[in-house]
Design a protein around this ligand. Structure first.
Ligand code: HEC
Length: 100
């Protein structure tokens, strides 16, 4: 009985990990590495990344983050498409906001 319990621990850990990864993907689609590159090339003209981590930051939810990225996108003349917006949002969330 004892050996059964021990040998099932890695299985349970793997199942939990897979569940967490899936939940993250379900929340936000996109490619964070691509978002990071897009951000570095296009998004640091008006503000740097310190606005994402300041105490008084304006964005307090995933919905707010998506709205703000869309708003800043409108001010740029790049017209990023939906996939690029998703990549940017995912990058900002993974690196700074960390909404679940
Ligand atoms: C034309 C200037 C401009 C550009 C370019 C720009 N932004 Fe912004 N952004 C702003 C302004 C202005 C604010 C509001 C800053 C404040 O409230 O002090 C802001 C705020 C933000 C915030 C919210 C920060 C917070 O307080 O939580 C996010 C997220 C953001 N920008 C993302 C982006 C992204 C992603 C890009 C590139 C696609 C981008 N911005 C490019 C002007 C710009």
């Amino acid at each position: 009985m004892k050996s059964f319990v021990l040998s099932s621990i890695p299985f349970v850990a793997a199942a939990l990990f897979a569940g967490a990864a899936q939940a993250e993907n379900a929340l936000l689609p996109g490619n964070a590495a691509n978002g990071k590159a897009l951000h570095a090339a296009n998004c640091t003209g008006c503000h740097d990344s310190s606005v994402y981590i300041r105490k008084s930051r304006r964005v307090n939810s995933v919905e707010g983050l998506i709205g703000q990225v869309n708003g800043c996108n409108k001010q740029l003349s790049k017209n990023f498409n939906r996939d690029q917006i998703n990549d940017l949002v995912l990058h900002l969330n993974e690196s700074y906001y960390k909404f679940k």
